[in-house]
Design a protein. Structure first.
Length: 148
């Protein structure tokens, strides 16, 4: 088995991150304009503690996954909570522990920031990811709505 490393995104990761994030968007049949790519990556590298943070998974030095998360205030808590926005692992590397390692790195970042809660959303058809989520998280009864 190869070596798995999780580390914060760096400016030099831009191209690899773009490939991974495009694959993530493709999985959800979504596209965004290039300006969103540029803005999002800039936010991931920014120094505003309320902005997004990004991690990349490397397997034997090759980028294979990513996660993005942010901290925000919550009306039911004094402490911030952590929202895990995106999680993606290359399909060929699923089952190597990369997804779990990315999730645990977000948990560790939340603990370090004093944010007791970490939450995320996924679509009901994302069965592969849900197998992981069922092992390391608790499914809630909430249903998401959005403005039409």
């Amino acid at each position: 088995m190869g070596e798995l490393t999780i580390r914060p995104l760096e400016a030099a990761d831009r191209d690899a991150w773009g490939v991974l994030w495009t694959a993530y968007l493709d999985f959800y049949d979504s596209t965004v304009p290039q300006t969103v790519y540029d803005t999002y990556f800039g936010r991931l590298l920014g120094d505003d503690p309320q902005d997004y943070h990004g991690l990349i998974a490397l397997y034997d030095g090759q980028p294979v996954g990513l996660t993005h998360y942010l901290f925000h205030r919550h009306g039911w808590s004094v402490e911030n909570v952590c929202y895990l926005q995106d999680l993606y692992v290359d399909p060929g590397l699923r089952g190597t522990g990369a997804g779990r390692a990315l999730m645990e790195a977000v948990y560790a970042a939340a603990d370090e920031a004093g944010a007791p809660g970490v939450y995320w959303l996924t679509q009901d058809f994302n069965e592969t990811a849900r197998k992981l989520y069922d092992r390391i998280g608790e499914k809630t009864p909430f249903i998401k709505y959005k403005r039409v």
